[in-house]
Design a protein around this ligand. Structure first.
Ligand SMILES: CC(C)(COP(=O)(O)OP(=O)(O)OC[C@H]1O[C@@H](n2cnc3c(N)ncnc32)[C@H](O)[C@@H]1OP(=O)(O)O)[C@@H](O)C(=O)NCCC(=O)NCCS
Length: 193
């Protein structure tokens, strides 16, 4: 019995991406993923001020939708954060839209930490979470479709998404002249590892 408990407590290392998942698989939650020095984990309330600064700095450049502190506290369970040592270097959120669809939102890597694979790791974390939740498709509305295409997404028409997706758009200064690109990843090809 003792041996069994020790085995379950060991972190799982997937050979494919040299990623170490430390989580309570029994309950089906991913708590943390590490690759090199970057640690990814679910966000907590104390991360909100830094997430706020990061997301809204890109919102000022019109690359992301702005998020208020109130909305971040309300939706904190959607968020993952990436740390390099004690520095928050990235964040992203998985927002459930409907029974088969979730949106990747507020994906942001700090300037100075980009192009080191952190964006891809954040997306991978959110993808695994979506697979666990039995989400069929994930999508994003983005000005950086090239990044998503590199991560396996394909460009799709915005018309395929339900009206519910567009609720937040009234908060965008570009509304109703949206020039974001829709990208989608079908998850049915992936299974829980
Ligand atoms: C888009 C963003 C999240 C990418 O993060 P990142 O950590 O630099 O991305 P990665 O290093 O993981 O890149 C993964 C791949 O995408 C490529 N890539 C990243 N950004 C790219 C871009 N803007 N254009 C083209 N390719 C890009 C990388 O070169 C890499 O390709 P490779 O696998 O062939 O080496 C980051 O630049 C960012 O925060 N941008 C501002 C906010 C934003 O636009 N978010 C996305 C909208 S939801």
């Amino acid at each position: 019995m003792l041996i069994l408990v020790r085995l379950i407590a060991l972190p799982l290392i997937t050979e494919k991406d040299n990623t170490r998942d430390i989580g309570t698989r029994k309950e089906g939650t991913f708590l943390m993923t590490t690759t090199n020095q970057i640690i990814l984990r679910k966000a907590t309330l104390s991360d909100v001020p830094e997430i706020f600064n990061l997301v809204n700095s890109y919102a000022q450049q019109e690359l992301l939708l702005p998020r208020s502190l109130g909305v971040l506290y309300e939706t904190i369970r959607d968020f993952v954060v990436a740390f390099d040592g004690d520095r928050l270097v990235g964040t992203g959120a998985l927002h459930i839209i409907w029974d088969n669809l979730a949106e990747v939102r507020s994906l942001a890597v700090k300037p100075g930490s980009t192009k080191k694979g952190i964006g891809r790791q954040l997306l991978e974390f959110l993808k695994k979470e979506a697979i666990q939740l039995k989400v069929k498709d994930i999508f994003a509305l983005t000005y950086k479709p090239e990044f998503f295409i590199k991560c396996g997404f394909t460009v799709v028409s915005k018309d395929i998404f339900p009206k519910k997706v567009w609720v937040d758009c009234v908060n965008c200064i570009k509304f109703p002249n949206c020039d974001e690109v829709a990208v989608k990843l079908i998850l049915s090809e992936y299974s829980e590892e």
